[in-house]
Design a protein around this ligand. Sequence first.
Ligand SMILES: Nc1ncnc2c1ncn2[C@@H]1O[C@H](COP(=O)(O)OP(=O)(O)OP(=O)(O)O)[C@@H](O)[C@H]1O
Length: 251
Amino acid sequence: MEILRVEGVNKSFGGLRALNNVNFSVEQGTVHAIIGPNGAGKSTFLNCMIGRLIPDTGTVKFGDISLTGMKPYEINQVGVSRVFQTPEIFAELTLLENVIIPTMAKRDGQFSLRPFKRLDRDAEIQDKALHMLEDVGLAEKKDVISGSLSRGDKRRLELAMCLSQDPKLLLLDEPTAGMSRADTNNTIDLLKRIAGRGITKVVIEHDMHVVFSLADKVTVLAQGTIIAEGKPEEIKGDPRVQEAYLGGAHL
Ligand SMILES: Nc1ncnc2c1ncn2[C@@H]1O[C@H](COP(=O)(O)OP(=O)(O)OP(=O)(O)O)[C@@H](O)[C@H]1O
C-alpha cells in the first residue's frame, strides 16, 4: 500500500528548473532512498514534501491527506517527521529535556515554555522520553548538555526527538553526513532496528554503503528529473545512473 504519492511536481528558482515533473511514490513500511549528484534537486524535493517549499505545480499526498500548501508543523502533526542534515536540537538543554519537548507536544498538542517545573510529577512523559533515548543508545547521557555531544550523537538525539512523535513516515536528509565509519555503521544498525516498527522511511543519502545497506528501493534524480528507479541491485548496474551519478565510474 502506498503511503506517499507525489505527482507532477515542478519547482524553479528564477530561470533554474530544480524539479522537472517529478512523480514519486513510497510503499508503506519500506526504506526508499533518493540519490543523485550534487545539485540534482534532492533537498528541493524533500523541502517540497515537508512544506518548507511550495511546488510551482503538482501534488503531494500522504495517504488521503494532501500535504500541498500545508505548513511544516501541520505536516508534522499528521505523522510526517524529518531529520535534517544539521541537527535541530536545543543546545543548552539536556538530552532528556530535548526529547521531553516533542514528547509533550505530541501528547498535549502544545508545549509550555515552563514545562520543567511540572516535570517531576509527569512520570509518563519522563518515561517515554527516556525510553526514546534508550532506543537510540543515549540513555546514559540523559543529563548531559546537548551542545557538548559529538555530531553523531546529536543526530541520534534528533532521531529520538522525531521518534517520540510516533511518526508514520520519517524523512532523513543525509543521516550519516560527516560521521566516522563506526558512527555510520551504528546509525545503519539503528535505522534497521527502527525499521522493525513499521515506520516508513525516505532517505536522501550520498553514502552508497548506507543506501545499499538500508534501501528497499532507490530513486535516482539528476538535474531535477528522475532518471531511474528500482531495487538497489538494479540501480547499481544501470549505466544511466553510473553516467549521471559518477561520470561513468562504477557504483
Ligand atoms: N533557494 C534557492 N534559490 C536558488 N537556487 C536554488 C535554491 N535552492 C536550490 N537551488 C538550486 O537548485 C538546484 C538543486 O539544488 P538542491 O539543493 O535541491 O540539490 P541537491 O541534490 O540537494 O544537492 P546536494 O547533494 O549538493 O545537497 C541547484 O542548482 C541549486 O543551486
